[in-house]
Design a protein around this ligand. Sequence first.
Ligand SMILES: C[S@@+](CC[C@H](N)C(=O)[O-])C[C@H]1O[C@@H](n2cnc3c(N)ncnc32)[C@H](O)[C@@H]1O
Length: 294
Amino acid sequence: MSHNRKEIPINNEKQESPAVSQQVSDTAKYVASLKAAAQFGGWSGNRTSPLFKQKNPLISESDIQKYAQIPQSIKTSVAVRERFFNKQMDYYVKKENYKQILILGSGLDVRAFHKNRDNQKDKAVSFYENVKFYEVDCAAILNPKENFFKENHLNKNAEYIQANYTQDNFVEMLKDKGFDITSPTLIIWEGNSMYIEKSKIEKLFQDLKAFSQFTIVFDHFTRDLIEGPRENSIYALHKQGLWVTGFNSEDIQKFAQVNGMNTTTIVEINELKQEYQVEENPEPSHYLISTMRK
Ligand SMILES: C[S@@+](CC[C@H](N)C(=O)[O-])C[C@H]1O[C@@H](n2cnc3c(N)ncnc32)[C@H](O)[C@@H]1O
């Protein structure tokens, strides 16, 4: 981050956030910092190019240093996940002509910002020119995020909806901001499913039935991991009891079917680590990304 930019003060004090517990909203900066730490290297594989090119302007060098003790394999996992989600987004925009992207629990995700007009001006073809982004998260995240872009005269390129998507009528709130429930939509639900009780996830998917056509891409742990013993887990957030829901592959198939969707992808982070050449023989992670489509 350049030094003349004002930094984002995330959660220095408790802000109005009936939506999401502070412990969960605090994970936004943690995850964005881990991604930034593993973006350009540090992995054990022989990959020579970055996992993703654009830096996150909301993350400073000191944020990255704060988590220096977190194992590299975990940092690499979240950076790999960022790359996979980016590729999914490109696919749905470029190949399937989607014009709406909804980011649920967006945290410090800056995909919308990177696709703003200024940041795309050197592209020969701007696939993102007419794509609209909507981000849903709590006030404690979205207020300082919005202020950061405003104060630095940067185009955030998204409509922000301050809501708890498991409690509030976020579909109506989206419509109020111009969201078209009949337009094919990519839903990015990244780094969220593990924090939400299963019954609330079911309610969320009931609400999503209001959309005519969508594809949702989300990462999740296995049910086996979540229901298994926590003490020896390699994941600090799991040990803290912050993760409450997991899906095995067979659960995903069933969940999709019950909710009138097809499963289009179930991939293990470990497979992606090998494909992206960042680890040769990764340890079993119980960590997957799935894509479902209506
Ligand atoms: C681990 S962060 C992930 C952020 C970002 N999607 C990423 O992957 O980098 C989880 C984010 O989801 C938000 N979140 C979790 N549950 C939510 C809910 N029910 N409604 C709105 N936001 C939620 C939290 O506030 C936090 O910003």
